[in-house]
Design a binder for this molecule. Structure first.
Ligand code: AMP
Length: 190
């Protein structure tokens, strides 16, 4: 089963990807997580990447496409995977098609949520992390979030059109509770 979760920051992609990963026993592949690890390990990934992430901008297509291509080639992804936060541009989507070749995607889900709800969710995530003494994402602040929402708004439509054209896109109402969103996803997969 090869799945993609699309959606703005705060839509719950990470939460749902972790749940689907457990239910379906396939890995969750998050480019955001991979990039955060690379930055924290001070890998040769470059300062410009850390800065783009801090500001809420996208990092270059070729960099994330290579990360995903390498990760998909690992044995645990042979039975399938859930992509969380990738692709974010049509360029990345077409790189993915080349990497997958004859292995087609099964579903592309767009998690749709009102913008006002997103602001509260993401800033709430920062407050919760602070209260629990957990690391706060450097981009979970109002300025970076505004950039992230604007970037998403400009890239989402072409990406949604791309997968609609392939007959793969399904819209999920992600303003519901996390449990209801999971139930809708499972129903759509079954
Ligand atoms: P996320 O955890 O998915 O919200 O990603 C956090 C940040 O990592 C984004 O704001 C981007 O700076 C970078 N990033 C993650 N995935 C991608 C991607 N597919 N393309 C470009 N930049 C990405």
């Amino acid at each position: 089963m090869r799945l993609i979760l699309l959606g703005p920051p705060g839509a719950g992609k990470g939460t749902q990807a972790v749940r689907l990963s457990q239910i379906l026993a396939i890995p969750q592949l998050s480019t955001g997580d991979m990039l955060r690890v690379a930055v924290s390990e001070k890998a040769k990934i470059g300062l410009h990447v850390a800065e783009a992430m801090r500001n809420g901008n996208l990092v270059p297509d070729d960099l994330v496409s290579k990360l995903i291509a390498d990760r998909i080639a690992e044995p645990d992804a042979a039975r399938g995977f859930i992509l969380d936060g990738f692709p974010r541009t049509v360029g990345q989507a077409s790189s993915l098609d080349k990497v997958l070749g004859d292995y087609s995607l099964d579903h592309v889900f767009e998690l749709r949520v009102d913008e006002e709800l997103l602001l509260g969710r993401v800033l709430g995530r920062a407050v919760e992390a602070h209260n629990k003494g957990l690391a706060i994402r450097t981009d979970d602040n109002e300025d970076a979030l505004c950039v992230r929402l604007t970037v998403y708004a400009s890239q989402a439509k072409p990406l949604v059109d791309y997968y609609t054209g392939k007959g793969l896109l399904k819209v999920i109402d992600a303003s519901q509770s996390a449990d209801d969103v999971t139930a809708d996803l499972i129903k759509a997969i079954a």
